[in-house]
Ligand binder design. Structure first.
Ligand code: SF4
Ligand code: SF4
Length: 431
């Protein structure tokens, strides 16, 4: 029996790149490595113009507890600092590095002691963040304030188009398992589960064959948002994270498969986090696939290398991340980084161009919402600026999965309305 959560939707999978093995993506003659690649504070630069660096040289030191070190992704020379827009639209400082194309590397020192504290310190040193896209520093997540007994590895990859985690599970299974063992050791938990959607049967089979008894592969129903933390916890354990709570409130920590892989690389190979697996896809390009992509590569370079013969005019939307939760881009100036799991180039055929019409009270937004909210009522009361009613609609439980907007036949901008409701309530001091 496939495990699953309540409600959700079934968007077209569009996993066109599923059979493309991971290969290394070309790197331009200059990279621009962002000093803000994680949730929390941006890094403090520790290099200056003219410094020689290697791939893996520390160039930005974490500032504060919730922050993650940043490393050069190529060998070469630091040319200076430049403010560029990041994929969320905010301008942040980037280190400009001239690539010497020698690809010399610098590793972290061998880890002689393998105590939980030493492993955790290595995760921190290596600048590992939640590689599923959230970007929360991994060392912070691995220090829950409450006792947890269950580690869940997120291999759901429920967003349409994205296939890099799938390829990683097929091609780097042993490293992922090593990373899970280290993560479990840090947390002091005895058992771990890898949740994988049933549309990735060969990944389920492959990992089940090599997993030790203390790590169990759980086949999940292919449904969106199966990979959202609260939904994944419910699917795997039937535990419910309380409203406003965190996974630790249900005794769990959830870590993405790529994060587990990066943890193993940092511990076993001394490799800091400067390169990641990424899917480049969509009908606006011809040469998409799954790639190992170094940090600091402009999206414009990725587009030029993958577009083939498709006319630039045809690309109507560029999205970083998946089409359900990703961020539409207004330019190709931003660069790749630790949280950049995919880059999609879509033509009009795959972009919604319909204007919103009146709500027809069909209830699909409510029936689909995995958090059991009433998105239609939230939208109505946001537009009416009715704070008293909004207060009672549990707005802060929204996980911003986009199911409501996807399900709405009237194409109401429901997710936008929920975000606006959260912002309005926060501004009025209501939590
Ligand atoms: S209200 Fe929030 S949690 Fe519910 S479907 Fe919409 S975006 Fe998802
Ligand atoms: S899905 Fe759209 S049309 Fe249907 S009730 Fe919700 S807001 Fe109204």
């Amino acid at each position: 029996m496939l495990k699953t959560f309540k409600r959700g939707v079934h968007p077209p999978e569009s996993k066109y790149t599923a059979s493309d093995p991971l290969s290394e993506f070309e790197t331009p003659d200059r990279v621009f490595v962002s000093l803000a690649q994680s949730a929390g504070a941006p890094c403090e630069p520790v290099v200056k113009e003219g410094d020689k660096v290697k791939a893996g040289t520390l160039i930005g030191r974490a500032k504060g507890f919730v922050s993650a070190n940043v490393f050069s992704s190529v060998s070469g020379e630091v040319k200076g600092f430049v403010k560029l827009p990041s994929s969320n639209g905010f301008k942040v400082m980037h280190v400009e590095i001239e690539n010497d194309f020698k690809y010399e590397t610098e590793s972290l020192p061998p880890l002689l002691e393998r105590t939980p504290a030493a492993l955790l310190e290595r995760v921190k040193q290596a600048g590992i963040v939640g590689m599923g896209g959230a970007g929360f520093p991994a060392h912070v997540k691995l220090m829950p304030k409450k006792r947890v007994d269950t580690l869940i590895i997120n291999g759901a990859e429920c967003e349409p188009y994205i296939t890099c985690d799938y390829r990683l599970m097929l091609e780097k299974g042993q490293e992922i398992i090593n990373g899970i063992k280290y993560t479990a050791q840090i947390l002091g938990v005895g058992e771990a589960y890898i949740g994988i959607e049933s549309n990735k049967k060969d990944a389920i089979k492959k990992l089940a064959q090599i997993c030790p008894p203390e790590i169990k592969v759980v086949a999940l129903k292919s449904k969106y948002p199966q990979g959202a933390e609260k939904q994944l916890i419910y699917s795997v354990t039937k535990r419910v994270v309380p409203a406003g709570g965190l996974p630790m409130d249900a005794g769990c920590v959830v870590v993405n498969v790529h994060t587990a892989y990066s943890i193993a690389r940092a511990i076993d190979n001394g490799e800091p986090c400067y390169m990641r697996a990424m899917t480049v896809s969509g009908d606006g390009i011809e040469k998409g696939g799954n790639f190992w992509v170094r940090g600091g590569i402009p999206y414009s370079f990725i587009y030029e290398k993958t577009r083939g013969n498709i006319d630039e005019e045809k690309v109507k939307k560029v999205i970083v991340g998946g089409p359900m939760m990703g961020i539409a881009q207004s330019s190709l100036l931003p660069v790749t980084g630790k949280t950049c799991s995919s880059l999609l180039f879509l033509t009009a055929k795959n972009v919604n161009t319909l204007k919103p019409t009146q709500c027809i009270n069909c209830g699909r937004c409510m029936r689909g919402c995995p958090m059991n909210l009433n998105p239609k009522a939230i939208e109505e009361n946001t537009l009416a600026d009715n704070t008293d009613k909004l207060k009672n609609l549990d707005v802060f439980s929204c996980i911003e999965c986009g199911v409501c907007s996807f399900a709405c036949p009237a194409k109401r901008p429901l997710l936008f309305a929920v975000r606006l409701a959260k912002k309005t309530l926060k501004e009025r001091g209501i939590k």
